[in-house]
Design a protein around this ligand. Structure first.
Ligand code: HQG
Length: 181
């Protein structure tokens, strides 16, 4: 992704996941915002956003962070929200036997005690493969990948959701389901 698109992707993440109010927009409870409205408000706040740029970001984004609605009118972030405006009704899914969580070594002591907690986001994020999890962990420091006994959790009544972009979500992971090796 080129630099300009990368900057716009970061801006869209900020607006569509965390702080829509900074450009005076309100997301609906499923996270959607009308694209024309988003462009208008962004422009009014000095951000040179266009439909073409948005489409390029959505298409080239390495993690498919954003989804455009089937009718082409709306956009939302697939996951990663912290804003209270949004409560996406994800469809529950049976997870695979194991999923991975990438984190940093400096968090391990606390995770051993508390398990995984969502923090400021709405969910704990889990990856389907170790390579992706390692990249997620690298954002926070020296990466470490934990295995999560997700099928066991599911069989005990924990709920799992699969976001539009393949990221798995769950409310929290008690430490008894974590494998530290
Ligand atoms: C850690 C990216 C101490 C947790 C990624 C993580 C993902 C604890 C950090 C998405 C803890 C939260 C989310 C505990 C969890 N004690 N630390 N009990 N429980 N943590 O950024 O999962 O690039 O909110 O391990 O790809 O890193 O933004 O979550 O290290 O999908 O599209 O607390 O963000 O996507 O950090 O990443 P984050 P995350 P984007």
């Amino acid at each position: 992704m080129n630099k300009q698109l990368d900057k716009i992707s970061k801006f869209l993440s900020y607006i569509l996941r965390h702080q829509p109010e900074t450009i005076g927009i309100t997301l609906d409870s499923d996270g959607w915002i009308n694209i024309d409205n988003l462009i208008m408000q962004a422009n009014q706040h000095g951000k040179p956003l266009t439909r073409k740029l948005i489409e390029q970001v959505v298409k080239t984004n390495d993690k498919k962070r954003f989804t455009i609605s089937d009718d082409g009118l709306k956009i939302r972030a697939a996951q990663g929200h912290s804003t209270q405006q949004v409560k996406i009704s994800y469809i529950e899914q049976m997870p695979p036997e194991i999923l991975y969580h990438g984190t940093a070594t400096r968090f391990i002591d606390s995770i051993k005690k508390q398990g995984l907690v969502a923090g400021s986001r709405h969910y704990v994020h889990l990856s389907g493969d170790e390579k992706t999890a390692k990249k997620v962990g690298e954002r926070h420091g020296k990466p470490v990948v934990l295995k999560v006994n997700t099928l066991q959790m599911y069989q005990q009544g924990f709920k799992f959701y699969l976001a539009d972009n393949g990221v798995w979500l769950t409310n929290a992971v008690p430490n008894t389901f974590l494998i530290f090796d």
